[in-house]
Write a protein that binds this ligand. Structure first.
Ligand code: F6R
Length: 368
């Protein structure tokens, strides 16, 4: 059942190229992005003047990733909020607000209540969901299904990658409705997304290296994760995976915050995972991170660097280098997340824990 794997999570990590391909399939028809269900008029999408993404846990991280792309493509302000906070606030919403509710199960209590809270104020709701006919899509005005297939492992992996892809499709659908991108630009973005299953397949070539690293790190007391721009939510996701699976203290930081506090945590031998942006993207992002790594390395951290193949500048600062394929900046989370999933699973396994069933956690959180 586990397809020859020791635990389901590893099987699900390896199913990610397929999960992405299945999620994208059928959403670009005759040169247009299409959703699965749309119970609102195209004009309503065109009138959207603000976007909220509401979700919990990893799904929330998928929203944080998508914010960069949606704002870039649509020029709409995007706020990403934990559903459990959103529902008890008094968010400023009206009929021109689009609330994107992201949920693998489609049954998460806080996310469902956030949807109801939004609808009471006439906001439009679009669900991104992995479960056909679940409560959240049923109560939404539009739906985009992720097709990750069922996740047995409690920790989200393939559903998370599929959520990022689906959120990007939502961004492209909005850009299309608003005319902030020309049809040929939308087609190009879609085709770049379509190349991602192959890129993820390539990054799976690092599994053995990352598992060996995980065994080596299994006695660590804590692990820090640093990222910038889209690498920041990836760092948060890497830390969440490690907490929930390995019961290890893990924290993700925006690299720019180092000097504002977290650098005080750095001590001899502390493993710090750094998610490097592409050296071919915005030069300033890359050079800032290189200087962050050199600072933490000078203070004795053990640096584990996730960087693009051929990124030579970073090599001298990497105690361990994990190479990922070159992809467009906004799409990098789809590849950079993968080694972090493997790392967390393998550290957990080495510590003797049940990777698929971490203590105290349920797959679907239908109580608050
Ligand atoms: C983490 C994880 C959880 C879920 C969260 C939301 O690995 O699986 O953080 O992402 O409970 O669940 P859904 O997406 O079902 O609403």
């Amino acid at each position: 059942e586990k397809g020859g794997h020791e635990y389901f999570m590893l099987k699900e990590i390896e199913e990610q190229p397929e999960a992405l391909a299945n999620t994208l399939r059928g959403h670009f028809v005759d040169g247009r992005i299409v959703l699965d269900e749309q119970r609102l008029a195209e004009q309503d999408l065109r009138d959207v003047d603000k976007v909220f993404v509401v979700a919990c846990g990893s799904a929330y991280h998928s929203g944080l990733v998508a914010k960069y792309a949606i704002e870039h493509w649509t020029r709409l302000p995007v706020e990403v909020e934990l559903a459990s906070e959103f529902r008890y606030r008094d968010p400023v919403l009206d009929r021109d607000t689009l609330v994107v509710a992201v949920s693998q199960s489609g049954e998460t209590a806080d996310t469902l209540e956030a949807v109801r809270h939004a609808r009471e104020q006439k906001a439009r709701v679009l669900a991104v969901c992995n479960t056909n006919g679940a409560q959240i899509p049923r109560e939404s005005d539009a739906v985009l299904y992720t097709h990750a297939g069922p996740e047995i492992g409690v920790a989200s992996t393939k559903a998370f990658l599929a959520q990022i892809a689906a959120n990007y499709l939502v961004g492209l659908a909005l850009a299309q409705a608003r005319g902030t991108k020309y049809p040929d630009e939308i087609a190009r973005e879609f085709h770049e997304l379509e190349a991602m299953p192959e890129a993820v397949r390539r990054v799976l070539g690092t599994v053995d290296q990352v598992r060996a690293l995980g065994r080596d790190l299994s006695d660590s007391k804590a692990v820090l994760f640093l990222g910038r721009h889209v690498g920041y939510p990836v760092a948060l996701e890497g830390a969440l995976k490690l907490k929930e699976l390995a019961y290890m203290h893990a924290e993700g930081f925006a690299a720019g915050e180092l000097k504002h506090g977290p650098i005080a945590l750095i001590e001899e031998g502390l493993p710090v995972v750094v998610v490097m942006p592409s050296p071919k993207g915005r030069a300033v992002l890359h050079s800032k991170l290189v200087s962050n790594i050199s600072e933490i390395q000078a203070r004795g951290a053990r640096t584990i660097v996730i960087a693009e193949e051929g990124d030579e500048t970073v090599r001298p600062f990497a105690d361990e280098l994990i190479e990922i394929p070159a992809v467009p900046t906004l799409l990098q989370p789809l590849v950079s997340t993968v080694p972090l999933q493997v790392l967390a699973a393998e550290i957990a396994r080495s510590r003797g824990y049940d990777v698929d069933k971490p203590r105290n956690l349920a797959k679907s959180v239908t109580v608050e």
